[in-house]
Write a protein that binds this ligand. Structure first.
Ligand code: SAM
Ligand code: SF4
Length: 338
C-alpha cells in the first residue's frame, strides 16, 4: 500500500525519496538534544556519556532549514526525539515553527513524559498532537531503578494531562527487559482505564556496554495474552508504525501491540532517516554510517547542498541491519534518538 501511494505521488509530480533498494523514505526522526533528565539502563551507560559541547548541537534554525529541504524532497512525517526533547530550552517555539512547515503531514514527539504535565498544553497549542511516551514499568520502585532515579508518578501525571488536553494517539513504548517489563498485567489494566496504545518493543542491543542479560524474545511476552480474559485482535489504530498486531481487552479504550524489533525485523518496510543533534544523518539504527549535513548549514544555509547531502544519505541506507560490535565506541540510543 505504501509502495502504491509513493508511485501515485510520483506520477503526480510530487518528489519522492527512494533508497538504492527502492524503498520510499518519508520519515525523519530528529534528535533535538543529546541530553536527558533520566538515565535508563538500556540507553545510557552507568558512567554517563560524553555530551556534545553546546556549539556542536544544531541550532533550531538549522534543524528547521534541513527539515524544510527534507519535506520538499519527499519526507512527510517528522518525529522529534532526544535525549529528552522537552528539556531543550524553547522547545515550544521550535515545535510551533516545525508544525508550520508546508507539506509536513505529521509531526510527533517521543518523550519520557517527566516534564509533560507542565508542557502538554503549550505543546498542543504549538501544533503537536501526537505523542509517544517511553515508560517501561508502572511500578515506582522498578521505574526508579531502571531510570536511575526517575519518578513514574510524574510521568503518569504527564500522560493524564496529555489525554485530558486531547493528544491523540498517545502511544507508550515499553522496552521489554527481563525482570522489569516482561509482565503485561499492569499494562492490560492501564489500557482499560486510558485510551492509550501500549507497544511492547523488543530490546535492541544498540548502546555501548549493553548487556543482553535484559533480552527477552517478544514471543514470551505475547504468549501471556492467552491468559488474559476478553482479549481480541483489533484493527491497527490510525497512524501506526511497525507494531504488527494490536489487541483490545473487552471494550478497552486502548490497545496493546508488539514490535519484534530483533526477532522478526522489518527492514524491508523501513522508511526512516535519523538526524542526530550534531547534524549527522544516520541511515540505520544499527549502522554507524553517517552523512554530515553541516556543510549545507554552516557558515550559511545552502538548500542545494542540503538536498545533495540528503539524497547521498538515502542512497547509503543499508538493505538490512547487522549488529555491529562496538567495543564501547559509537553512539548510545540517547545520542541517536531511538
Ligand atoms: N527520552 C525519550 C524517551 O525515552 O522516550 C526519547 C528518546 S529515547 C532514546 C526513544 C525511545 O528509544 C524510548 O522511548 C525507548 O523506547 C527506545 N529505546 C531506547 N533504548 C532502547 C533499546 N536498547 N531497545 C529498544 N528501544 C530502546
Ligand atoms: Fe533518556 Fe529516553 Fe534514553 Fe531513558 S530512553 S535515558 S528517557 S533518552
Amino acid at each position: 500500500m505504501r509502495k502504491a501511494r509513493g508511485k501515485r505521488q510520483e506520477a503526480r509530480g510530487k518528489k519522492v525519496l527512494r533508497d538504492a533498494c527502492g524503498r520510499r523514505i518519508d520519515y525523519l526522526r530528529i534528535s533535538v538534544i543529546d541530553r536527558c533528565n533520566l538515565r535508563c539502563v538500556y540507553c545510557t551507560p552507568e558512567q554517563g556519556v560524553d555530551l556534545l559541547p553546546r556549539d556542536r548541537i544544531l541550532a533550531y534554525e538549522e534543524m528547521l532549514a534541513f527539515s524544510k529541504v527534507a519535506v520538499i524532497n519527499g519526507i512527510d512525517k517528522i518525529r522529534l526525539t532526544g535525549g529528552e526533547p522537552l528539556i531543550r530550552r524553547d522547545i515550544i517555539g521550535f515545535v510551533e515553527r516545525m508544525a508550520k512547515i508546508p507539506g509536513l503531514k505529521d509531526l510527533s514527539m517521543t518523550t519520557n513524559a517527566i516534564l509533560l504535565e507542565e508542557l502538554a498544553l503549550p505543546l498542543y497549542d504549538a501544533g503537536l498532537h501526537r505523542l509517544n511516551i517511553g515508560i517501561d514499568t508502572l511500578d515506582p520502585g522498578k521505574f526508579k531503578e531502571i531510570t536511575r532515579g526517575g519518578d513514574v508518578n510524574q510521568a503518569i501525571k504527564g500522560i493524564e494531562k496529555a489525554l485530558e488536553i486531547g493528544f491523540s494517539p498517545v502511544k507508550i513504548n515499553v522496552v521489554i527487559m527481563k525482570g522489569v517489563s516482561e509482565d503485561i498485567t499492569p499494562f492490560v489494566k492501564f489500557i482499560k482505564d486510558y485510551p492509550i496504545h501500549v507497544r511492547f518493543i523488543e530490546y535492541m542491543p544498540v548502546s555501548n556496554g549493553l548487556k543482553s542479560k535484559f533480552f527477552v524474545p517478544i514471543s514470551k511476552v505475547r504468549d501471556q495474552l492467552k491468559n488474559v480474559e476478553g482479549v481480541h485482535k483489533a484493527p491497527a489504530p490510525v497512524g501506526f508504525g511497525p507494531a504488527r498486531e494490536y489487541y483490545k481487552v473487552g471494550d478497552s479504550a486502548g490497545t496493546i501491540g508488539f514490535i519484534p524489533a530483533m526477532s522478526e525485523h522489518f527492514c524491508e518496510e523501513c522508511s526512516r532517516l535519523r538526524l542526530t543533534a550534531d547534524g549527522k544523518l544516520r541511515l540505520c539504527l544499527f549502522s554507524d554510517t553517517e552523512v554530515d549535513i553541516l556543510g549545507g548549514l554552516r557558515p550559511k544555509v545552502d538548500d542545494k547542498k542540503l538536498t545533495a547531502l540528503l539524497k547521498e544519505a538515502v542512497k547509503l541506507k543499508p538493505a538490512e541491519y547487522s549488529i555491529v560490535k562496538r567495543d564501547g565506541k559509537g553512539r548510545t540510543m540517547s545520542q541517536i534518538g531511538g
